[in-house]
Design a binder for this molecule. Structure first.
Ligand code: NAD
Length: 245
């Protein structure tokens, strides 16, 4: 482990007390949720088409069983890990202001993070494609698919972004604002391949923020904007940071 890099990053985080954390699927890998891409990625086993908005509207009976398995059976069993918890403590200790996450698994909130901008929405809610009625996933009966709205009987869709959908406006504006006003941006477990999410750390860099990246591998961010790459898993590096702060 890069102890000097961790010590250096911890000093910068403590000095500025004005950080943001930007997370991708990698932070939840140690909670047992595989990323979408790579050798163990979800898309090696499923066809991404099921999360295309037009496909979903036309063939909900094909999309819904996969969505149920992935997001309402598999995700539901996952618990926050130590990295999620240390990030929540860093917010409580006023070292960071918020989390901008690409994840839809709700694990930052479960770990205690208060200000979380969900760039791609959240799987805990479902929304009716006809009347916009919102319902919590725990109140939905998944035994009859496709899931339907109890008000108008139209199709229910999980409230996260499908391919072909816009980023939720509040999350987009708040994330950009946070990126423009931070002194430190900590990128955790993201390839940097998904746009416009990847703009957030780039925007922080453009506005002079110091970029700390936590990832066992290099990403598209590493050579472009990263100032210090802490190479390792999210849990081991956050434990190291916690000890060094
Ligand atoms: P990605 O799947 O493209 O990449 C994951 C990254 O995490 C890789 O760079 C990998 O090297 C890194 N990684 C793997 N194990 C790690 C660990 N233990 N600690 C730290 N990093 C680790 O992820 P992405 O860039 O976030 O983009 C994929 C999209 O898929 C996102 O938009 C996200 O919304 C969605 N997604 C979400 C979840 C979830 O909610 N948990 C899971 C899969 C995908």
């Amino acid at each position: 482990m890069d102890y000097d890099g961790i010590k250096n990053a911890a000093e910068i985080i403590s000095y500025y007390k004005n950080g943001i954390v930007f997370t991708g699927a990698g932070i939840s890998v140690e909670s047992g949720i595989p990323p979408f891409r790579g050798d163990n990625g979800i898309w090696n086993r499923y066809n991404p088409e099921v999360l295309d908005l037009n496909f979903f509207k036309n063939y909900p009976e094909e999309s819904w069983p996969v969505i149920k398995e992935l997001f309402f059976e598999f995700f539901d069993r996952a618990e926050p890990n130590e990295a999620h918890r240390i990030i929540a403590e860093m917010e409580a200790d006023e070292l960071i202001n918020c989390v901008v996450t690409q994840n839809i698994d709700n694990l930052h909130q479960s770990a205690g993070s208060k200000t979380v901008y969900e760039f791609h929405g959240n799987a805990q809610r479902l929304i009716c494609l006809n009347c916009d009625y919102e319902v919590a996933a725990k109140e939905v009966d998944f035994s009859v698919l496709p899931c339907r709205c109890k008000k108008c009987n139209h199709l229910l869709k999980p409230d996260f972004i499908f391919f072909g959908e816009q980023i939720p406006q509040d999350a987009y504006i708040n994330s950009l604002d946070a990126a423009r006003n931070c002194d430190v941006c900590i990128i955790v477990g993201s390839t940097g391949e998904v746009y416009p999410a990847a703009m957030i750390p780039a925007e922080a860099k453009r506005n002079g923020a110091y970029i700390i990246e936590i990832n066992p591998e290099e990403s598209l961010f590493t050579r472009e904007i990263t100032d210090v790459h802490l190479q390792g898993s999210a849990v081991e590096i956050f434990k190291g940071l916690k000890n060094a702060i």
